[in-house]
Design a protein around this ligand. Structure first.
Ligand code: ZN
Length: 260
């Protein structure tokens, strides 16, 4: 009964408005729970992965990320952007705004607009609450409430955190990826970067699909076909403009040189 009541209250407290155009979607998990889950998933991530030991690069990536946050549609949470020291071409967002990018992805980029577009895509997943929606569908309330209210993590909660980490790395499926691309392109432009940076990024993925390197990883494999993302992205850019905006290459090149 207690759990039912709490669920019932959440239902009314947390109808959220997300995204450009004020698109409404029913979110059953309140932000505080999402952040709590995100914190647990991110501490799992950080105990399994090695963060890049270079504060200059970490600060730079976080600063670019915060420029995106300033123009995004969801600012009720604190976002963090961290670099993982690994050759994978990947980036991902945990619930609650904990965003990670691998050095392997930074190394294939050529300018700050491309980096901004990766981070903006991940912010898009957080704005649209893709991971919590997914968890909500898979697990329902009761376990999530368990995570929120439990003093210590139950086995079920622990399993859920592990599963969440897995789901996040797998991508969120075709529709959600397009949605994150669209948010990403919009935020990249609003943050004063050329949104074509996103298309340049996809072109790189396409080259990798045609000619896979040894580190052909989930970011590409789990997402919609790259040619569809290029078409969709170009349509978005036609709608919103911004192709006269800069790519910012100088500082990015300097930072990239710090990665071995
Ligand atoms: Zn994605």
């Amino acid at each position: 009964m207690k759990k039912f009541l709490i669920g019932f209250i959440f239902l009314f407290l947390s109808c959220a408005t997300t995204g450009p155009g004020g698109k409404k979607s029913l979110i059953l998990i309140p932000t505080s729970t999402e952040v709590e889950i995100g914190r647990k998933v991110s501490s799992e991530v950080e105990s399994n992965e090695k963060l890049l030991n270079n504060q200059k690069v970490q600060n730079y990536v976080n600063d670019v990320g915060q420029k995106i946050v300033k123009v995004c549609d969801r600012r009720d949470i604190k976002y963090t952007f961290k670099v993982i020291d690994k050759a994978e071409v990947n980036a991902f967002a945990c619930p609650g705004g904990f965003i990670y990018i691998y050095t392997g992805l930074i190394k294939i980029l050529d300018n700050e607009a491309q980096l901004a577009s990766v981070l903006a895509h991940e912010v898009g997943h957080v704005v649209a609450r893709h991971s919590v929606k997914h968890l909500q569908t898979v697990y329902g309330y009761s376990i999530l409430i368990d995570v929120l209210l439990g003093d210590k993590m139950s086995d079920v909660a622990r399993q859920m955190i592990d599963a969440a980490a897995f789901l996040i790395l797998q991508g969120y499926g075709r529709d959600n990826e397009f949605e994150a691309d669209n948010y990403g392109i919009l935020y990249t432009k609003k943050a004063n970067y050329n949104p074509k940076g996103m298309i340049q990024l996809f072109e790189k993925f396409k080259d990798m699909e045609d000619n896979p390197p040894s580190v052909f990883e989930t970011l590409i494999a789990s997402h919609p076909p790259t040619k569809d993302r290029i078409n969709n992205g170009n349509k978005q850019i036609e709608k919103i403009g911004g192709t006269n905006l800069p790519y910012y290459t100088g500082k990015f090149t300097e930072i990239k040189a710090l990665l071995k």
